[in-house]
Design a protein around this ligand. Structure first.
Ligand code: SF4
Length: 187
């Protein structure tokens, strides 16, 4: 039977696959680092602020999306619904690259768009990523992006089934703020 996959796990897998291994296979508890805590506070601040909407647009905040068939779930920060389109808007604290969104954030938003299309029975053409520090970005959803999302979903499910630990991330600097550093140590 397929495992449920949450949007947050797509982002974490993109950051480092081992994090999902420790959570889903080893069932190690996760803890909230100072950086994550700041991110949560920022998220609360942004989602309690109501953004202006056009008359023909309905806006939902902090909305739970779930697809029983695909076994996918997500909390979308914001969903814009129009007559002919549903759009996911993700609110992020910052990107380490000030000129472009993080890949994990893009994949997370595309993942949520895939569920939203089914729930609202509307196509999703774009995602929006709004950063507090950095850029606001509107991106067209491509077939390649969707393929990448489904590939990651399959990779996570394979990892859970096979219980094989993945290689550490190639980017050592990510380990500096990783909640699993003490159990991992890149060994
Ligand atoms: S310490 Fe580094 S390699 Fe290990 S899980 Fe964290 S990010 Fe991945």
């Amino acid at each position: 039977m397929s495992s449920w996959i949450h949007a947050e796990e797509i982002r974490q897998f993109e950051y480092c696959p081992r994090i999902i291994y420790y959570r889903r296979v080893m069932c190690y508890p996760s803890y909230t680092s100072k950086l994550m805590s700041m991110g949560k506070q920022f998220h609360l601040m942004r989602t309690t602020k109501k953004y202006s909407s056009k008359k023909d647009t309905k806006t939902l905040y902090d909305y739970y999306l779930q697809d029983e068939t695909l076994k996918l779930s997500s909390y979308a920060d914001m969903i814009r619904i129009r007559e002919n389109e549903v759009r996911i808007v993700e609110l992020k604290r910052f990107s380490n690259q000030s000129i472009q969104p993080r890949n994990g954030h893009i994949l997370q938003a595309v993942f949520s768009s895939i569920i939203a299309e089914k729930i609202f029975n509307l196509p999703s053409f774009f995602i929006e990523l709004r950063y507090w520090r950095g850029i606001n970005s509107k991106m067209e959803i491509t077939e390649k992006m969707k393929e990448n999302v489904f590939l990651i979903i399959q990779n996570i499910r394979n990892m859970i089934n096979d219980e094989l630990i993945p290689e550490p991330t190639l980017h050592n600097r990510k380990c500096n703020v990783c909640e699993y550093w003490k159990v991992c140590m890149r060994v």
